[in-house]
Write a protein that binds this ligand. Structure first.
Ligand code: NAD
Ligand code: APR
Ligand code: ZN
Length: 234
């Protein structure tokens, strides 16, 4: 692994699929059952907050007792074996990376374990179902509590740090993402222009496959531990 000094990992819903969480654009995925414009845009929340909160309360509920899988654990192992050299950026809103032990982590689409007040911007752990008439503990106002999740049309979180890391990485690994949604889908091009070696680990070729130097297709719980083992033993 002495080959690489600054590793950036991008993960998507496919990483959590084998932990039992639905992906978005696979067969049976979330967007087959719900329209994005009904449940995952700021306009949807303005129009019908009840419907949006019900969608996310149900998704939060499905996260109940899910556990990290072998792929999450392999990524935590890579970070532990090379402290200070690995940054994980996830599009996922689940807590499975943290539960597996990953520390240097950016949730660019937010976290379903947190709620956000649109009036004052304060965040709180999301323990009970969110409701429209919920009063914010910080500003005492109601009607503004939403999931701390980035919706279509909103700017993902901590993009400055992400682009700085992309400009400096020498290995970029994309795992479990279809490469359909920007800005994450554009990260591989940024990494390539920084001269990084780019690798896709996914069930099948993503939309961005032509941008990758290397691709290993298969289930994350198989291809990710194998790739990490290879990195750690070369
Ligand atoms: P975008 O407009 O770049 O999204 C492009 C893709 O998202 C499209 O190819 C389509 O697959 C889907 N999409 C977007 N709007 C759609 C619509 N109205 N109907 C059907 N499909 C639609 O994404 P964006 O608007 O720039 O969103 C900003 C960020 O918010 C993105 O990074 C997105 O991933 C994120 N987001 C997060 C969640 C979540 O649940 N975490 C949900 C939605 C969006
Ligand atoms: N192992 C590896 N890859 C898998 C597995 C698995 N077991 N199961 C599915 N995949 C792959 C699929 O082949 C697909 O390419 O994971 C990818 C999942 O793609 P999407 O469902 O589009 O999820 P993602 O790419 O994370 O979506 C990006 O779009 O809706 C928004 O904000 C939402 O963060 C999400 C973003
Ligand atoms: Zn508030």
């Amino acid at each position: 692994m002495a080959l690489f000094e600054r590793i950036m990992i991008l993960t998507g819903a496919g990483l959590s699929a084998e932990s039992g969480l639905s992906t978005f654009r696979d067969k049976g995925g979330i967007w087959e059952k719900h329209r994005i414009e009904d449940v995952a845009t700021p306009e949807a929340f303005q129009r019908d907050p009840e419907r949006v909160l019900t969608f996310y309360n149900t998704r939060r509920g499905s996260h109940g007792d899910v556990q990290p899988n072998a792929a999450h654990r392999a990524l935590a192992r890579l970070e532990a074996e090379y402290p200070g050299k690995v940054l994980t950026v996830t599009q996922n809103v689940d807590p499975l990376h943290e539960m597996a032990g990953t520390k240097n982590l950016i949730h660019m689409h937010g976290e379903i374990a947190k709620s956000l007040c649109m009036h004052c911007g304060s965040r709180a752990p999301w323990e009970t179902d969110l409701a429209v008439d919920m009063v914010c503990a910080a500003c005492d106002m109601s009607g503004g509590i939403r999931p701390d999740v980035v919706w279509f049309g909103e700017m993902p979180y901590r993009m400055g740090e992400i682009y700085a890391a992309l400009a400096d990485c020498d290995l970029f690994i994309s795992i479990g993402t279809s490469g359909n949604v920007y800005p994450a889908a554009g990260f591989v091009a940024e990494a390539r222009s920084a001269g990084a070696h780019t690798v896709e680990l996914n069930l099948e070729p993503s939309s961005g496959i032509s941008m990758f130097d290397e691709a290993i297709h298969g289930k994350a719980t198989e291809v990710v531990p194998a790739y990490v083992e290879r990195l750690l033993t070369t």
